[in-house]
Design a protein around this ligand. Structure first.
Ligand code: GYE
Length: 329
């Protein structure tokens, strides 16, 4: 009997010690791998968690499907993870599953594309780009640039290549694009369609626009990958990207900097994917029992182009060639 008791006691101690050292499970439901931005975002968050002592990363790539993300979130609940990092492929349809996460008492950190139901759910912190402002800056860049080269009075045809339909990044940037265009009566929207944030779909959409629209002067692409796909389509059609068609992208990925320096693109509005450090700070605070502000944190972002000096009201563009060596993604 005594032996049995001693054994049981030893077991309890071993288990207790093991649980004290067990890794803190940080789960991350990622959208997919549609763009250079997304790759940089995944790498930043993965590395930050994996390199942190005592944390274990549980990662899921939803391949652009909302149903996969819902499944992943329910799996995280079943596995009893300690915290969930979440970004939603689209902005609607998350109430039910996020309430389930709340009901289980699993802390939720929102990153990048925030869900529409943000006010109905509990979360510990939220980080994301200011998509409306990014969209506004895209059009303002084109409008101000046209003025700077003496084309401010000329009627120009603009096409807007949108991101994944229903994604908060698409909804916000479209709102910003259209609101900003009001300030430039010379700019007329002659095409507006989704290229799904991918290079291949951006190329295909530009090909079809070049066939169906007589004159295109400006392309506003809601991410750089689509802009780069469009560059290929424009070249294939025998036109000169960056000259015959002014191209403004979004994200400010390395490939866009290269394209700007090469003269193929004119500008890119920054949207940072580097959320690793934000996530680490939030999870550390959570572990320490500190409460955080519910305010959505937008990182500071700039605009980059061929020559710099275009005043966008909230920010002045910087010459891409001057800072290309400092780019981290
Ligand atoms: O701009 C785009 C990516 O949600 C901000 O998603 C992100 C967007 C980014 O596919 O390239």
């Amino acid at each position: 009997m005594k032996k049995l008791l001693a054994l049981a006691l030893a077991l309890v101690m071993v288990l207790g010690a093991a649980s004290a050292f067990a890794d803190y499970k940080v789960a991350f439901s990622q959208i997919g791998q549609e763009s250079d931005w997304r790759t940089a975002n995944t790498d930043s968050i993965k590395a930050a968690i994996e390199n942190h002592e005592g944390w274990e990363l549980i990662y899921d790539d939803a391949q652009q499907k909302q149903e996969n993300q819902i499944k992943a979130l329910r799996n995280f609940i079943t596995q009893g993870v300690d915290v969930i990092l979440f970004t939603g492929v689209v902005s609607t349809g998350w109430e039910e599953v996020l309430k389930e996460v709340n009901d289980e008492g699993i802390p939720l950190i929102l990153v990048d594309r925030l869900p529409d139901c943000i006010d109905q759910i509990d979360y510990v912190a939220a980080f994301g780009g200011d998509f409306v402002e990014e969209g506004r800056r895209q059009v303002a860049w084109a409008g101000e640039y046209l003025k700077s080269i003496g084309r401010g009075e000329e009627e120009v045809n603009v096409v807007i290549m949108e991101g994944t339909t229903g994604a908060s990044a698409q909804v916000g940037r479209t709102e910003g694009n259209l609101a900003a265009i009001e300030a430039y009566p010379n700019m007329k929207v002659v095409g507006q369609q989704s290229g799904n944030f991918t290079r291949a779909e951006g190329q295909a959409l530009m090909e079809s626009w070049l066939k169906s629209i007589d004159k295109i002067d400006v392309l506003i692409a809601q991410n750089d990958d689509m802009a780069l796909g469009a560059v290929d389509a424009i070249k294939a059609a025998g036109k000169v990207p960056g000259k015959d068609i002014i191209i403004v992208g979004c994200d400010s990925v390395k490939a866009a900097f290269d394209a700007i320096v090469a003269g193929d693109m004119n500008a890119t509005i920054e949207c940072t994917p580097l959320y690793g450090p934000f996530v680490v700070e939030a999870v550390e605070k959570l572990q320490a029992g500190e409460t955080m502000s519910k305010e959505i944190i937008h990182p500071e972002e700039g605009a980059f182009d061929t020559d710099g000096g275009i005043d966008l009201g909230t920010v002045v563009s910087v010459k891409a060639a001057d800072v290309i060596d400092q780019r981290q993604y």
